[in-house]
Design a protein around this ligand. Structure first.
Ligand code: C2E
Ligand code: MG
Ligand code: MG
Ligand code: MG
Length: 286
């Protein structure tokens, strides 16, 4: 702003700037106590196969703030990353997700379900990340091969050898890895070849207009072809309509996630809708 005003001008510190700083530090202070106050909760969104059968879910963090109401991850994850609070928050998510895996593991109808957890780059970069995950798995008794870790391409800005080492160590225990929001970030094809990934998640921005934008349709087909040749599974994110689902199926995609099946919800609500249909996730109206 000061630059845009040109030379010989002084940029005064505006009152709004002070307000923004104050609001941010208030949110930071609140986030600091959110875990202890039991204000964090996990929502679950189904992942389904070609037959619309539930194969697992992704856990999505929510913050039930006493005054602000439900705060979405887009509003506090970046702050958590900047302040380092993502470390205790991320551990809480991992632990709580694994506890759910244990509950599912105890019932024949749900024992094969997988759970995907988003891990931010800052969390993954911790030297003790592998030990932390293995510790949580051991403490909770969750099956490592039911846990999937979702990483984003922003992680690839750091030391790739280190990333490969950590992934390999966890994969040796059965933990799976997905590359989230694929196609929106920094990954080059050479990284894709080297990383011991199991799955790509097609970003919802490509799925949104897949029926009307030929470029998006081409990108989706290309990701599916690439995944096929690299022997990676694919999940399409952000499926909202029968038309999008139909296109994706015809293009060879075999796993889906999106509002068409279910919005993220507390686990009881998610399972209630599915139990009634015997494992098939009913499409929502619209
Ligand atoms: P993501 O991992 O790519 O998760 C998918 C996001 O798309 C979720 O937003 C989900 O609610 C939303 N979504 C799902 N289906 C549809 C659909 O059909 N249409 C549209 N328009 N959106 C759909 P949410 O829950 O707000 O999370 C946003 C992002 O926050 C996540 O993107 C993830 O990057 C991050 N996040 C969420 N939970 C955690 C967490 O526990 N730890 C970390 N590090 N990041 C998290
Ligand atoms: Mg994700
Ligand atoms: Mg995503
Ligand atoms: Mg995203």
């Amino acid at each position: 702003q000061a630059k845009a005003a040109g030379r010989n001008t002084i940029c005064f510190f505006q009152p709004e700037m002070q307000e923004a700083v104050t609001a941010r530090s208030a949110l930071e202070a609140d986030l600091r106590s959110a875990i202890g106050n039991h204000e964090l909760l996990l929502f679950f969104q189904p992942v389904v196969n070609e037959q619309s059968r539930l194969t697992g879910a992704e856990v999505l963090l929510r913050w039930q703030h006493p005054v602000r109401g439900m705060v979405m991850p887009g509003e506090f994850i970046p702050l958590a990353e900047q302040t380092g609070l993502i470390l205790p928050v991320g551990n809480w998510v991992l632990e709580t997700a694994c506890e759910q895996l244990v509950r599912w593991g105890a019932q024949p109808a749900t024992r094969e379900l997988t759970l995907a957890v988003n891990v931010s780059a800052r969390q993954f970069r911790q030297v003790d990340f592998v030990a932390t995950v293995l510790g949580v798995l051991e403490r909770t008794g969750a099956r490592p091969d039911r846990l999937k870790i979702e990483l984003t391409e922003s992680l690839l800005l750091s030391d790739v050898e280190d990333i490969i080492g950590k992934m390999t160590a966890l994969k040796a225990h059965g933990v799976g890895f997905s590359l989230d929001d694929f196609g929106t970030g920094y990954s080059s094809l050479s990284y894709l070849k080297r990383l011991p990934l199991d799955q790509l998640k097609i970003d919802q921005s490509f799925v949104r207009d897949v029926l009307t934008d030929p470029n998006d349709a081409a990108i989706v087909r290309t990701i599916l072809a690439l995944a096929e040749s690299l022997d990676l599974a694919v999940v399409a994110e952000g499926v909202e309509t029968a038309g999008q689902l139909d296109f994706l199926r015809r293009s060879g995609c075999r796993a889906f996630q999106g509002y068409y099946f279910s919005r993220p919800a507390p686990v009881e609500a998610m399972m209630a809708g599915i139990g009634a249909a015997g494992g098939v996730v009913p499409a929502m109206a619209g």
